[in-house]
Design a protein around this ligand. Structure first.
Ligand code: HEM
Length: 230
């Protein structure tokens, strides 16, 4: 079966995978597939295209979007979508490709009517990451069905970070950017609290890919952020 057909069956969100390829990388990583995924327009919310990363039916699918004129020297907003099976009690995404010294976006269902808590974190060691207030998250959508919970956030402050290990997303065509992710299967004790402590991950991994698939015209990107409401 063609890759896009497989992904369409696995991912019951509206939208289409327009191209894809298998990637293998990191020593800790299982195989994954990156692809370009585009949502469909709805009302005043335009269609948006994402770089999608899919590992397996038991792990979350991550999708990221950025404006096409983003420059590494200037901070720019980013969009992250997480679509996770219920067995994962939290899912985290690392914008710099590792656990430490880069912005982390973590999300978990808060147990109330499909609400999802999102939290901006940073860790300087391999211990529970603390709240990172230099990045702010705006929730664009959240949902829950019989098998998955989903959330989408816009992040201000996830594209560029400072400090002795400062960094920025590499947006240059053809240059790979490393990302990382983690999930836990142990319950988050205070799920309504975005500053809460949460249990260590059961699985973590990394992937590397250029950001081409994530790029959208600036006007489309801005309109999406402005009009998409949770
Ligand atoms: C309670 C919170 C957490 C604890 C106690 C924790 C602890 C650890 C430990 C001990 C390791 C080293 C494992 C090894 O060497 O085999 C590790 C690695 C890793 N963690 Fe976490 N972690 C936490 C949260 C997170 C979050 C929220 C993310 C991502 C959003 C994350 C991403 C990673 C990744 C990608 C690695 C492997 C690469 C690396 O070491 O940087 N962790 N973590």
């Amino acid at each position: 079966m063609h890759l896009s057909s497989v992904l369409a069956l696995l991912l019951p969100l509206s939208g289409v995978v327009v191209s894809g390829k298998a990637v293998t990388n990191e020593k800790r990583q299982v195989y994954g597939v990156t692809s370009k995924y585009c949502s469909t327009a709805s009302g005043n919310v335009p269609a948006l295209c994402y770089l999608q990363y899919y590992v397996s039916p038991t792990q979350p699918t991550f999708r990221i979007a950025i404006p096409s004129d983003a420059s590494p020297s200037q901070p720019f907003d980013t969009i992250l979508q997480i679509h996770s099976p219920h067995a994962n009690t939290w899912a985290g995404f690392s914008w710099g490709g590792g656990m430490t010294l880069n912005p982390l976006t973590v999300a978990w269902p808060n147990g109330n009517q499909g609400q999802v808590t999102v939290s901006s974190r940073w860790s300087s060691g391999r211990t529970t990451p603390g709240v990172y207030s230099q990045a702010t998250l705006t929730k664009l959508s959240q949902s829950r069905n019989s098998t998955h919970w989903s959330v989408e956030v816009a992040c201000k402050g996830c594209s560029k970070w400072t400090g002795s290990y400062g960094g920025a997303l590499n947006v240059n065509s053809g240059t790979v950017q490393q990302f990382a992710w983690a999930i836990s299967r142990t319950a988050v004790p205070q799920p309504a609290n975005s500053a809460a402590s949460f249990p260590v991950h059961n699985t973590q991994g990394m992937f590397s890919e250029p950001l081409e698939f994530a790029k959208n015209a600036r006007a489309t990107f801005n309109s999406y952020v402005q009009n998409k409401k949770p």
